[in-house]
Design a protein around this ligand. Sequence first.
Ligand code: FES
Ligand SMILES: [Fe+2]
Length: 350
Amino acid sequence: MKPMKGWPYKNFPTSWFVVGFSWDLQPGDVQELEFCGEELVMYRTEEGEVRVIDAHCPHLGAHFAHGGCVKGETLQCAWHGWRWDGEGKNVEIPFKDAPNITARLRTWHVREKDHVILVWHDSEGREPQWEYPGVPEFSDPENFHQPTDHPDAAICYGELRVNPQLPIENVADPMHFAFVHGADRPAESGELELKDEYLRSVFRLHLGGGHESTWLTPEGEMWGTVEGEHWGLGLGVARLEVAGMTVAQMVSTTPLDHVRSIARTWIAIRKDGSGDGGVSDGAAMLMREQVKQVRRDFAIWENQKYVDKPLFVFPEERNFYELRRWFRTFYPEGDGPADEQSVTVSSASS
Ligand code: FES
Ligand SMILES: [Fe+2]
């Protein structure tokens, strides 16, 4: 895989990024983790706390995920048995009566929320500048089926040549719905709000156009609303409301290095009160449809070249400029397109 042609940034953005689904890391598990060009290890203690640390033991460099094991609330290295706590302090050296009090293992900021594990990345090494507040649907199992309720609700798309900005640019791209997603017309753009690390967008989608009835629109064509919310560049939600259904689909893109990322989606869908209380066939179909549409986007982005001065012709596409200025705020000063103007003045006219 080659890097995206024309990509203007040297650093990884400052944000919370998803490094795994919670259920894939059980107490006692120790896993290798590639993250923003770093070799890391994540583990879950016996009490259930997730920790992310540098991969190699400060003693003599063994890799913790190769034979290392969880001992209570510490991690023990496979090679000489040194034990490390959650702050990266050495707490035991076997056959010696005291630990090494100056040794330090680098630890990373971790959160766990909405069924995923998040790690903070900041190329300037600062403490977290903000928190991911969570999406209400994912802590409301009474009213929403959770991603654990159905095998099609949570998907890891594996390694893709897609950087975290590209999925977010979707919110400024109403035209592609008529091609990539099979709509009979472009989406209608609504609000776009950008404040600090938070982005909110709304657009309307025309569904079932040209058909008397489809499985999603049995009563004929109709409009649906998609509300997008993002917190930084690592994750966001697209909340689709159509025909009385609400489906919240989280999307995360996490850089492994400057070429590859891992993308995940996970869905909460409003319970419709039908059947035995499980996920209905209609809801499961909607989940699969959402995943299918995301794959179509990825297929475009994976092969896209970064165009610094796009040839925009529709007024709605001006939102790209706003977005690109916003993206820039997640990188260290001086990183990015050489000329700030390049994202502000290059609109082509039809
Ligand atoms: S390398 Fe880890 S204890 Fe020696
Ligand atoms: Fe799309």
